[in-house]
Structure formats: C-alpha cells, structure tokens
Design a protein around this ligand. Structure first.
Ligand code: SAM
Length: 449
C-alpha cells in the first residue's frame, strides 16, 4: 500500500461530515454584525460562536491562539475570564485586536467621543496638514486614493501622532485603518485587490467599483459606530486584558513555558498561495511599512506563498536541538514525501515551480508549530484547528491527515476531524484541467493525553 493510502486508512475513521460546522461558524461571516469584531473586516477570521462552543465544552483556564488574526479567540476567552494569549504577525490584526481589548477594558467613552470629534474637526478643516506627511505608498498602493482623500489622510495622521494616550492613539489609528478600503479605488477580492478605472492605473478592463466614500464621512460613521458599540464590547469581551504578542509564532512559541495552556483554538494560514501582505497593502502602508517592511513581513509569515524562501537556517539557529522532533516528523511523513515526489516529477507542468518549496516550507514550519503546541499544552489539554486542504497539479494534499499525524507524533491523539458539509472548490486554473472538485475544509480536534 502506498503511504497516502496508509495515511488515509489511519485517519479516515475519525473523519466525519458534521452539519453543525458550516461556513458561517468557521469563517468571519458569523462576526460581520458583532460589535468590536466588525470594526475591521478581517475575512480570514473565524467566528466568535466557534470559540464559545469550545470554551463551553473544555472550560479552559488558559487559552492560546498562535495565529490570532483579529484576536477572536483570545478576546472571546478573556471575556469569559480565561487567561488568553494571542500571537499574530500582521500588524493589522494586532492593532485591531488591541483596539477591541482597549474598548472592552476601561476605555472612557466620553473621552473617546471628545477626541474623535477633535479628529473629525481637524480632518474637515480646510487648512492643510502642516507636516510634510504623505501617505507612504508602496508600488501596489500607488493611486489608491482621490487627491482630496490623500490630503484628509495626512491631516488625520498628523492629529493621531500627537495623541499621547496610547489606547486612544490605537483606537483612532484603528478607526482610520479600518476605512481605508472604502475610501479607496480598490476592493479586496480573493487573492487580489481589484482596481477602479478612476484610479488612473493602467488596467486590463474597465472596472467601476461604485461609491468611493469621502474620508471624513467614512471616519465619522466608524467613530460613531465604535462609540455606540463600546458598552456591548465591554459586555462581550471585558473582564481581563488578553495578552497579544506581536511577531512570528515560530519564534514566540519558544518563549512560552511547558504545560502552561489547556486549550489552543487556532487557524493557521492555508497552504493556498494567499498573500496577506497584498490583500492588506493599504492598511500595512498606513501602519508605516515600506517596501522592505513588506518583503520582510512576507518572508517571516508562515510559508504559504510561492515567494516564501526557506526558513530552515533561521529555525535551526533559533531552536538548535529543539527542532529534532519536528525534523523527524517531517522527514518521515511518507505521504508528504510521495506528494513532493509527484510534484517534483511534474515540476515542468506546475503553474509555478516554487509551489514545491511552498509545500515543503509549509509542512516543516507547521511541524515546528504542532510540536511546540504539544509542549505548551497541559496533559488533558487540547487543540482545535480550522484548516483547508489544498490541491496542486490535480493532487489533493490531505493537510488534515498530515498535520494530525504530526500531532500524534508529538504526543497528542487526534480525536476527530470534522469536515464541513460543503468543501471548497479548486482554483479556476485547476478546474479547467481537472474538473470541479471539492476540497475538504475541516476542524480538527487533538488531545494531549
Ligand atoms: C486564518 S488567519 C487566522 C485568523 C483568526 N483566527 C481570526 O479569527 O482572526 C491566519 C493568521 O495567521 C497569521 N500568521 C501568518 N504567519 C504567522 C506567523 N508566523 N506567526 C503568527 N501569525 C502568523 C496571519 O497574519 C493571519 O492573521
């Protein structure tokens, strides 16, 4: 029997379609109308309901999410009195999560109102920004805003930079960041930004994205919504401040003590070439990332794009002997080796040859993360992970089974793998060649016994 069939045999008995897990619960859709979580549209998030369900079932005292995005898991947990830590590398997620935590834990509503009004007055005043600040565009954001909006953004930046109070600074910074898409000639669309013809960029087709909001109007709406939501946010997420660590979990997990967490609820990036730095280019530029900053962030993120280079040397220097378990799991994962072998044989036919490096990097880095999670878990503790399988060259890569195998090799037991009733379609490129296929989207549950 080949290794993939063996792996399938090992885990298929624990795989079941569970109608309770639908797209609403495993995605951001469920949060779209929730105070706080709706302030920043972070489509890659999962729902508050998913986290609540597992907190209720497991009653943890300490929760961790090493890929915390908007902070959904730590925020929901800390709202219920659980000690919670989130690790996130995207400054966009960290700022949004921190902002929600401020609002939930002591932000003065009247003061926020007053400072917000001052900001709006400053943006609406005719007088230009005094400083030489210009929105720090990078290549992929050039021409994103109408000229008036560029000027309004400069006034807002100048005002915010003079706010000394750190939570207030974060709240205003978040409010402006969260409206950038709506005041721009771009819209986030799957893997890319779609551009409107009014941007003046050279475009292949005439695209009209509809209303481009005025900056002051959009900001006023967002500030009012934030203020209106504060009490509900306090109710939902107030109780204790979660701890947000900003940076790569590949590095930061190393600093967390052994057996210090009961529950991990997480969703890593999928191995699907999705580039967060492209989707959130406007927001990252607003937060001050320059060209080098973009490239540095992309390289430090968990490998999931064809641009990612190997992190082996870096991980070796960080972990030294601590990598032995991850390396052994990765090297001995027969099904993964078979898949990489098939991709190598068909290298010439891949839409991009770096897909092989992507798969190698993704699984090696996830082996490190899984091994670290197991070390940090208390006996009896568990991991809930949302992830998608992926398909390259017509081969579905069973990410769920491979990662569950890593979990079992790290001292955990895979209890079950719940598949959504409807998986994800393959990419249009692959569909043209291999026909439409559904690719599993699952929630895995591992327990450290
Ligand atoms: C699928 S999203 C998780 C979203 C989160 N569950 C939420 O509700 O917002 C994956 C997250 O992992 C982050 N990420 C990618 N590489 C990372 C790394 N090396 N360390 C920490 N976070 C990382 C991404 O920026 C992204 O926010």
């Amino acid at each position: 029997m080949n290794c993939r069939a063996e792996l399938e045999k090992k885990f298929s008995g624990r795989l079941r379609v569970d109608p309770q897990f639908d797209r609403q619960i495993v995605s951001y859709q469920g949060n779209k109308n929730l105070p706080g979580l709706r302030w920043m549209k972070y489509k890659e998030g999962f729902s508050k309901a998913l986290v609540e369900r597992f907190i209720k079932e497991k009653s943890p005292s300490d929760l961790l999410d090493p890929f915390s995005g908007l902070g959904t898991a730590p925020l929901v947990a800390s709202g219920q009195g659980v000690n919670a830590t989130g690790i996130e590398i995207m400054p966009v997620g960290v700022l949004a999560a921190t902002g929600i935590a401020h609002a939930a834990n002591g932000l003065d509503k009247e003061e926020f109102h007053a400072v917000g009004m001052d900001l709006l007055r400053r943006v609406s005043r005719r007088k230009k920004a005094g400083s030489s600040y210009r929105f720090p565009h990078v290549g992929i954001t050039e021409k994103a805003f109408p000229e008036k909006t560029e000027k309004d953004i400069a006034k807002a930046r100048e005002f915010i930079d003079q706010v000394d109070d750190s939570p207030m600074h974060d709240m205003l910074n978040l409010a402006c960041m969260s409206i950038l898409e709506s005041v721009s000639f771009t819209r986030k669309d799957g893997q890319y930004l779609r551009w409107d013809y009014r941007s003046g960029r050279a475009l292949r087709s005439h695209v009209d994205l509809g209303e481009v909001q005025d900056f002051a109007d959009a900001l006023e709406n967002r500030l009012r919504e934030t203020e209106d939501n504060i009490d509900e946010v306090k109710n939902a997420f107030g109780s204790r401040y979660p701890r947000f660590l900003s940076g790569s979990c590949l590095e930061l997990l190393r600093g967390l003590p052994d057996e210090s967490v009961d529950l991990v609820v997480t969703s890593p990036p999928y191995a699907n070439r999705y580039d967060y730095t492209r989707t959130y280019a406007l927001e990252l530029a607003w937060l001050g990332l320059d060209k080098a900053g973009f490239s540095d962030l992309r390289q430090k993120m968990l490998t999931a794009t064809v641009e990612n280079k190997s992190k082996l040397e870096w991980l070796d220097s960080l972990y030294a002997d601590g990598l032995d378990n991850a390396r052994a799991m990765y090297d001995r994962q027969g099904a993964l080796n078979e898949i990489i072998g098939i991709l190598n044989e068909n290298r010439e036919n891949l839409s991009n040859q770096n897909i092989i490096r992507l798969i190698e990097g993704y699984f090696f880095e996830m082996a490190v993360v899984v091994s670290e999670m197991s070390r940090i878990l208390r006996p009896g503790g568990g991991v809930i992970m949302v992830n998608d399988n992926v398909q390259y060259h017509g081969e579905e890569i069973p990410v769920d089974f491979i990662l569950s195998d890593f979990a079992e090799k790290s001292g955990m037991v895979c209890r079950n793998i719940r598949a959504l009733p409807r998986g994800k379609g393959n990419s249009s490129q692959q569909m043209a060649i291999y026909g439409r296929r559904e690719i599993r989207k699952c929630v895995y549950e591992w327990v450290k016994e």
